[in-house]
Design a protein around this ligand. Structure first.
Ligand SMILES: NC(=O)c1ccc[n+]([C@@H]2O[C@H](COP(=O)([O-])OP(=O)(O)OC[C@H]3O[C@@H](n4cnc5c(N)ncnc54)[C@H](O)[C@@H]3O)[C@@H](O)[C@H]2O)c1
Length: 341
């Protein structure tokens, strides 16, 4: 292995792990060296699927010296334990979204990586969509002027089999909720990345179609610390599911993205936003209708963060913000009162 190439191990070999393996293998400076499943049988299957050695005992897996970075692809409510083990073994950690399902578990995870002196990166691959990068740059360059309003709409659909075929999706312990924390979190992360931190939220969530513990419908009114306001709507009950939208309004103009593509570019004196290339897809009705190139960008970033000893593009603390806002919506819905942060 060349000095500039880092070894990856994947923990959790379900659906998203395939995306990580493809992303890692497509990177010049990364190589998948081993995977870790939950049982001996699954480990055997994973060895065939991924073409690398596999294990099901995490302690043994983490003893491998050729693993520099561990990609954690276990279910959302089980990111903490593998992350603590990986950090304690001196491995850098690249986690799937959301960071965890409670603030206490997210804080333990962040603290464990800090204590061990390892990097912690969290996958929010939509930050790398070309349309979003243009939007962010326009906002940062002041092209929209003072921000007034931001809205995120993730009005999606999932077939009942999406939940019935999984032992964790839509459960409070495994998923932390459902539509907002699992699907909506991507666009909520972008909303916060553009608008800055939320000051308060008033929200309502419901379970209207699916037989699950978490919500399949939600709406919220957000106040941001910069004085702007915004809304969030989300669902997995909204057949057949529309591409997610992010709308950002400033004093001088506005930009609207649909599935990460620019569909409105009202920026005076600039038509730089159109036409826009299509990278990444949308999970509006199919969870795996995304491609690995955006994950690849985050894998490359993580490798460079380790080599250059800098923070990854989405840190644990960044990822905590979307979790805090979503949990605030849940709390507000229960109390019927706004939640302040
Ligand atoms: N970035 C994205 O667009 C995206 C898309 C889908 C899923 N995800 C995230 O990826 C994570 C996994 O989702 P998924 O759809 O792949 O779930 P999945 O159920 O298909 O896979 C999870 C796997 O983890 C394994 N596992 C659980 N605990 C383990 C342990 N202690 N050791 C080893 N293996 C263990 C399970 O056996 C299962 O195979 C979730 O946090 C989800 O939110 C992200």
């Amino acid at each position: 292995m060349s000095k500039k190439e880092l070894g990856f191990g994947i923990i959790g070999t379900g659906a998203i792990a395939g995306m990580h393996a493809a992303a890692i293998n497509a990177c010049e400076n990364a190589r998948l060296v081993a995977v870790c499943s939950s049982t001996a049988e699954r480990a055997r299957q994973a060895a065939d699927k991924f073409g690398v050695p596999s294990d099901y005992q995490i302690e043994e897996f983490l003893k491998r010296k050729d693993i520099d970075i561990v990609a954690i692809c276990t279910h959302s409510g089980n990111h903490l334990e593998p992350a603590i083990a990986a950090a304690a073994a001196g491995k850098h950690v690249l986690l799937e979204k959301p960071i965890e399902v409670s603030l206490d578990r997210a804080d333990q995870l962040i603290a464990a990586c800090e204590r061990a002196g390892v990097k912690l990166g969290v996958i929010f691959q939509n930050r790398l969509k070309p349309g979003y990068l243009k939007l962010k740059q326009a906002v940062q360059n002041g092209m929209l002027g003072r921000l007034l309003m931001g809205t995120a709409a993730i009005n999606w659909y999932r077939d009942p089999s999406y939940y019935s075929g999984s032992d964790w999706k839509g459960t409070l312990k495994g998923d932390g909720g459902a539509a907002l924390i699992n699907q909506g979190v991507h666009t909520i992360d972008l909303l916060l990345d553009v608008m800055g931190e939320a000051q308060s939220v008033f929200g309502q969530v419901k379970t209207v179609v699916h037989a699950i513990e978490g919500e399949d419908l939600g709406a919220a009114l957000v106040s941001f610390k910069n004085g702007a306001i915004g809304t969030i709507t989300g669902g997995t009950a909204l057949y057949p599911g529309n591409p997610e939208r992010l709308e950002v309004y400033g004093e001088k103009g506005n930009i609207i993205l649909e599935a990460g593509k620019i569909v409105v570019w009202n920026v005076p004196g600039s038509d730089a936003g159109l036409p826009d290339s299509d990278v990444g897809g949308s999970g509006a009705s199919d969870p795996m209708a995304i491609d690995f190139r955006l994950h690849q960008g985050q894998v490359e970033d993580m490798v460079l963060a380790v080599i250059d000893n800098r923070e990854p593009m989405v840190t644990g603390k960044d990822a905590r913000r979307s979790l805090e806002l979503i949990l605030g919506i849940y709390e507000s819905s229960k109390s019927n009162l706004p939640v302040r942060f």
